[in-house]
Design a protein around this ligand. Structure first.
Ligand SMILES: CNc1ncnc2c1ncn2[C@@H]1O[C@H](COP(=O)(O)O)[C@@H](O)[C@H]1O
Ligand SMILES: [Zn+2]
Length: 332
């Protein structure tokens, strides 16, 4: 029988919420030529949601060339595979840099996904719209995303809305256009208290929500939002360490995931930014297990459920369920 920590490591896992530039490990940053000071700055033990957005600048500087972006993407995929993630939805915000256009940025990340070395991991790409950018800028990025979705429909699966939740806007028309063009929508929602926007996002009915911290009345003091949410039952990507380090959750034990567990609502576990928050998906499983005294079957089920919430092709979903079933027979 596997000990809990080793069980969490060995369990085949599904990662649905990982930002590329937040996922760079210390080693990767060193390989890219970052100084020790910059690396220390990037990995934070405790921060605030405002401060964390300054940390991404370290990674953005390091991935500002095609060569480094390609290398970073390949390394992040390799690290997830080493943590026994068998299906990864990596998300990233296309950026214009000195040596690349937004389209070249997307192409470089796709090249790295195609060239991945581990055969044991399926990798998909979600492209992010940065909420701090204005409507026209986001609209131009979306056009590029749609172009690549049509070129690589099996890799580019969806659109994300991310960036500093205290700034910018959710432009519903852009996500409607994304949806019309066959893209799934995973939207950061209620990472901070912002009831009006949360209602707009819920009414759009994204396929998945990121965080969902301020949906439950214990956190919003607003029952209307929770009523709407429980009618819709949209899967929420829960990022425990991210929320604890950014101080939107007091502790792992007090994390809002407990409301999803109590009410049997759909959720999955995710790392958000494994580099910045110094975590792995295995560690996230262990935090949940320790905080709520879960057993191995519970953990296995969380992994298996996440397949259903993923944007994988249906034959891939079947294959992933089979893989987990087989692992259960052999290890539990
Ligand atoms: C901590 N909670 C969070 N909330 C909202 N957006 C976040 C985030 N963590 C990361 N990002 C988004 O992802 C970018 C870095 O990866 P990419 O450059 O896209 O690969 C950040 O600049 C931010 O826009
Ligand atoms: Zn996120």
């Amino acid at each position: 029988m596997l000990e809990m920590e080793s069980f969490c490591e060995k369990l085949p896992k599904i990662e649905l919420h990982a930002h590329l530039n937040g996922s760079l490990s210390r080693n990767t940053l060193r390989q890219l030529g970052c100084t020790d000071d910059a690396i220390l700055e990037y990995q934070s033990e405790q921060t605030t949601i405002e401060e964390v957005f300054k940390l991404f600048k370290v990674a953005h500087k390091a991935t500002s060339t095609k060569k480094n972006l390609y290398l970073s993407t390949k390394t992040v995929i390799k690290e997830f595979a080493e943590d026994n993630v068998i299906y990864l939805e990596l998300r990233t915000t296309p950026r214009k840099e000195l040596d690349m256009t937004e389209e070249e940025y997307i192409q470089t990340v796709i090249n790295a996904i195609i060239d991945k070395e581990s055969p044991n991991i399926i990798v998909k790409l979600l492209l992010s719209l940065d909420r701090r950018r204005n409507h026209q800028e986001q609209s131009e990025t979306l056009d590029a995303i749609i172009k690549f979705k049509n070129m690589y429909p099996d890799i580019v699966r969806g659109v994300d809305l991310s960036g500093d939740p205290a700034q910018g806007t959710f432009y519903r028309d852009l996500f409607e256009k994304a949806r019309r063009n066959g893209l799934f929508c995973a939207i950061h929602c209620a990472e901070i208290k912002n009831n009006t926007e949360v209602i707009d996002i819920l009414n759009f009915k994204p396929e998945r929500l990121g965080h969902g911290t301020f949906l439950h009345p214990n956190y919003t003091s607003n029952a209307e939002i929770w009523n709407l949410y429980t009618k819709l039952q949209i899967p929420v990507e829960c990022c425990l360490s991210s929320n604890v380090i950014c101080l939107t959750s007091k502790s792992h034990r007090e994390h809002h995931v407990q409301e999803w567990m109590k009410n049997d609502l759909p959720y999955c576990l995710a790392t958000d930014d494994k580099g910045v928050f110094n975590t792995t998906l295995s560690k996230e499983f262990l935090h949940l297990q320790e905080s709520f005294n879960l057993n191995k079957k519970d953990l296995w089920k969380i992994s298996d459920n996440a397949i259903n919430y993923s944007f994988a092709l249906s034959e891939e979903k079947e294959m992933l369920h089979e893989k987990l079933k087989l692992w259960k027979i052999q290890n539990m």
